[in-house]
Ligand binder design. Structure first.
Ligand code: ATP
Length: 247
């Protein structure tokens, strides 16, 4: 079997000296997979994603145990921007668009790390607009004035401008109407199938995420409580009872 793109091996993550947010998480993402990271509020999903993209330091957090490997190589010494250059990009929870910039300017901001040519940028932008036709319509609008769903699309589109191999997506459904969330997940699936982009998606909405993911991990107080192919997990009685609201 080929080596996974991403291997997270028994990590523990702390905020400050004492807040243990992740106690023991191991997971992997294979090339071309959509993997869901599920669990209640506070279970450690965001912390796990930030540990992978080396963003914990910005919040006085640190990886206190375990190893994370990207294409077989430990990532501990690689900064967040180096990881982006190597193909891992994170879309933060809460979208974080630049509200005063237009939709298009926000997208362009995502491309700069690779120092691409103008032609390349134009091609990447057209590609993002092909995935998100709504953003093309709204290209000249200030991002802060677009809807929540459009802002989530901007945040994902901006990440795609880095030409990622793996997108870490934190809580894409947060605060959005179900119909918009479904639209976003459909686009993710298309991106995955047609372009081979892999995704690791942290989601509280387990019902939804299990419908779109190939594989899933359920976190509980910083540990992996259950894991497996998404369809198998969705069919398990204990998972249904505790996580899918169908007791
Ligand atoms: P959410 O859906 O709320 O994002 P989550 O599953 O992503 O939940 P985390 O945000 O990773 O969970 O939080 C895990 C634990 O770490 C929680 O107990 C939380 O209170 C704590 N925590 C998260 N961020 C910080 C921080 N910056 N400083 C201190 N503690 C934090």
């Amino acid at each position: 079997m080929t080596q996974p793109l991403l291997q997270v091996d028994a990590i523990e993550a702390l905020y400050g000296q004492a807040i243990l947010a992740v106690r023991d998480v191991s997971l992997e993402v294979r090339q071309g997979a959509v993997v869901a990271l599920l669990g209640a509020n506070g279970a450690g999903k965001t912390t796990t994603l930030k540990a992978i993209s080396n963003l914990l330091g910005a919040e006085r957090g640190s990886l206190s145990r375990g190893t994370i490997r990207w294409k077989g190589e430990p990532t501990a010494r690689l900064g967040p921007s180096e990881l982006v250059r190597r193909g891992i990009v994170q879309v933060l929870e809460g979208r974080h668009v630049f509200p005063q910039l237009t939709v298009e300017e926000n997208l362009l901001a995502g491309g700069f790390l690779r120092r691409p040519s103008r032609r390349q940028i134009a091609a990447d932008l057209e590609q993002v607009y092909a995935w998100f036709p709504r953003l093309k319509q709204r290209r000249g609008s200030k991002a802060g004035l677009t809807s929540g769903g459009e802002q989530q699309m901007v945040a994902i589109g901006r990440a795609l401008m880095t030409r990622p191999t793996l997108v870490l997506l934190d809580e894409p459904s947060m605060g959005l109407a179900p119909i918009i969330v479904q639209e976003i997940f459909e686009i993710i699936r298309t991106l995955n199938r047609e372009d081979g982009v892999s995704f690791l998606i942290a989601e509280q909405n387990a019902n939804l995420a299990l419908r779109y993911a190939d594989h899933a991990y359920i976190l509980e107080t910083g540990r992996v409580a259950a894991a497996g192919p998404a369809a198998e997990l969705a069919a398990r009685e204990d998972v249904k009872e505790f996580y899918l609201g169908a007791g």
